[in-house]
Design a protein. Structure first.
Length: 270
């Protein structure tokens, strides 16, 4: 399994255009891994997790084509994770010299409500509605959705267990500390890789996002149920400029406990 981080930031990106906080000023000055686009991850070349406003820019920067993407798996309806106008670029008039594979948009009901009823045939698109705590197949992947602890207004936000038959990934982003029922949903799974959000360092902000302490609380619980093994690789991602320091400082902070810090353009081979 190969993963490419197309973006690793929360909704505002880093640097945020309307912010001159120390983190944003540092990113503008030093660039490199400090600059973060809104989060999206490409699994192999055929499964895209989320599809927000920076995906096209990321593909251009990192030499990535999405013509082979069969599945677009969406966590929830917030605009930094799903921008419906991206899919309009699939129409023939925008790609007259290219042939793309049909794509299945797999998402919660709130996403389709926002996306509306378009001409899916013109987009070469099919739809699959999913709910939290559901197991389904996007061949060759076996996927289970987990109930995310996120803004109640979104209603159906979820995280994903993705199994390609060789390796198993937990994608845990846009969630606070899991509710007790989610540990039951996770029972019996053991992960090779965990991607977990670290949106904030605010000590009281763990109901809809995780901070440093919340990340460790989650990982300790995963260890206790056997989901996280001693050889499981862990990456933190989805950083907010308002609560996180520079990339270098994050590496130092999380490195003390053996956790890696994701950055835009990072590719992992499992």
């Amino acid at each position: 399994m190969k993963l490419t981080f197309l973006g690793t930031a929360a909704a505002e990106g880093i640097p945020s255009a309307f912010c001159d906080c120390p983190t944003c000023d540092h990113a503008r000055k030093h660039l490199g891994k400090n600059v973060r686009k809104r989060q999206a991850v490409l699994v192999n070349d055929d499964l895209l997790i989320d599809n927000g406003p920076d995906v096209y820019a990321a593909c251009g920067m990192y030499g990535i084509s999405l013509v082979q993407v069969k599945y677009n798996l969406i966590t929830h309806s917030h605009s930094d994770h799903f921008l419906g106008s991206n899919l309009a670029m699939r129409t023939r008039s925008f790609r007259r010299q290219s042939t793309i594979v049909p794509m299945q948009l797999t998402a919660p009901p709130s996403v389709f409500k926002m996306f509306g009823q378009g001409n899916d045939e013109v987009l070469d698109l099919t739809r699959m509605t999913i709910l939290p705590n559901q197991s389904f197949e996007l061949s060759p992947y076996r996927i289970k959705s987990l109930t995310a602890s996120h803004h109640e207004a979104s209603g159906d936000a979820m995280n994903f267990i993705i199994d390609d038959g060789k390796k198993k990934l937990l994608f845990a982003s846009d969630t606070g500390t899991y509710k007790e029922q989610v540990w039951d949903e996770m029972a019996g799974h053991s992960f090779d890789l965990i991607i977990i959000e670290s949106t904030t360092t605010d000590t009281d902000h763990q109901k809809v996002h995780l901070n440093y302490a919340g990340v460790h609380t989650m990982l300790e619980k995963m260890e206790s149920i056997g989901a996280k093994r001693p050889d499981t690789t862990v990456y933190v991602s989805h950083f907010s400029h308002q609560h996180n320091p520079s990339h270098e400082e994050l590496v130092e902070l999380y490195g003390r406990t053996g956790i890696h810090v994701a950055y835009d353009g990072l590719t992992l081979e499992l």
